[in-house]
Each structure stands twice: as structure tokens, then as C-alpha cells.
Design a protein around this ligand. Structure first.
Ligand code: FES
Length: 204
């Protein structure tokens, strides 16, 4: 990868391929099983879950399913977390021995494994990540693609606008414009206000 054209080509091709990760209405035959490999989930055997899914997909000759490792979804207490996309089904506290049931019921028969759905704070079972109270009040900015892409695949990063800001800076902005935009982001103000709010609340 040596030119901007090459990056643009990867971005548009790969983005089409990965649209099902962010588009619940994606109309295709493929499914992606996303398995969290963040520290919390890893300590609860998520690498074993990832390998078990890969083995089961192979053994059952399932062609339209990919098993993908992701970074932390942010709800480590409910890990290991497995999300099936495009439908965005959120399975929590998954164990390696649950993989067979997920493959047989969900992947092969389109049936949700309700006993593994994540419980919300009121005890109700929730189907999708966006429906959980924990996520409803959040707007993830820097980490918005965490849990969506494979952090070890540079093409997936590029597909979700990786390097786009750098590209813009290098090709269409001068130094003053870059400085102005950083100032306008008010990052330092945000941090200052956060620290002063913490002080007001008596938090160090
Ligand atoms: S480590 Fe898996 S959700 Fe945080």
C-alpha cells in the first residue's frame, strides 16, 4: 500500500464487504460471528470460544459465516461476549460449550438462543447491544469501531475510515487550518471541565 488511490480502493471494496457489521438491514446471505478478545473476555476463555466457533464452522461446512475477533465491547462484566451480525444479537457470558448450540440453533436454524441473551439492569433479556441501558446513554467517539472491526486487520481499519483524517490533512489543509480545527474541537476545555466537575463531586 503506497498511494492514496490504493487506500481508497481498499476502503470502498472492504467497506461494502463489511457493511453487515453496522447495518442491521443488510440484505445478504453472510453472517459474522464476532467474538470479543479484549482482556476481560480473554481471561474468561474467549480465545477458546473463537477457536471452537472456527472449528464448528469448518466441521459443518458452513460457507457463508465468518468468525472474527474484535476488541472490547465495553461491557466486560458480561463477558465473554459474542455478537452475531447483521442481526446484532448480543450473547453474554458465553462458554466454549455454548458454541455448538449457537451454531446449531442460531446459525443453521435462525433461532435465537434466549438463555444466552444479555440481561439488562431490570433483569429483562435484551436482543441487541443498542437496547441495553448501559449503551443507551453512551456516544462512543474514539472507540466507536471497537467491537465492530478486527483490530489486527489493517484493511478493516481502513474500511471504517482509518487514516482518513491524516489523508485530509496531507492533501487539502494547511498548517493554520489544522491548528484551528484542533482548537475548535475544544479537547483541552473538555478535559479541564471534566477535572473540575470531578473535583466538585469530591472525586480525585
Ligand atoms: S473485554 Fe470483552 S467486553 Fe470488554
Amino acid at each position: 500500500m503506497k498511494t492514496l488511490e490504493e487506500i481508497a480502493k481498499i476502503r470502498s471494496k472492504k467497506r461494502q464487504e463489511l457493511d453487515l457489521r453496522v447495518n442491521k438491514g443488510f440484505n445478504g446471505r453472510e453472517k459474522h460471528i464476532l467474538v470479543c478478545q479484549g482482556t476481560g473476555c480473554t481471561s474468561s476463555k474467549s480465545p477458546e470460544i473463537l477457536e471452537t466457533f472456527k472449528t464448528l464452522v469448518k466441521e459443518n461446512n458452513i460457507e457463508n459465516v465468518r468468525v472474527i475477533k474484535t476488541g472490547c465491547f465495553g461491557l466486560c462484566a458480561k463477558g465473554p461476549i459474542v455478537i452475531i451480525r447483521p442481526e446484532d444479537t448480543f450473547y453474554a457470558m458465553v462458554k466454549p460449550e455454548d458454541c455448538k448450540e449457537i451454531i446449531e440453533k442460531h446459525i443453521l436454524n435462525g433461532e435465537i438462543v434466549t438463555r444466552l441473551l444479555c440481561k439488562d439492569i431490570d433483569g429483562s433479556k435484551v436482543n441487541n447491544l443498542d437496547e441495553l441501558t448501559f449503551y443507551k446513554k453512551q456516544k462512543r467517539i474514539a472507540l466507536k469501531n471497537c467491537g465492530v472491526i478486527n483490530p489486527e486487520d489493517i484493511d478493516e481499519y481502513i474500511a471504517f475510515d482509518g487514516y482518513l483524517a491524516l489523508e485530509k490533512v496531507l492533501t487539502s489543509m494547511n498548517q493554520e487550518e489544522v491548528i484551528d480545527i484542533i482548537k475548535a474541537s475544544r479537547t483541552s476545555w473538555t478535559w479541564r471541565s471534566r477535572f473540575s466537575n470531578r473535583k466538585k463531586m469530591g472525586v480525585n
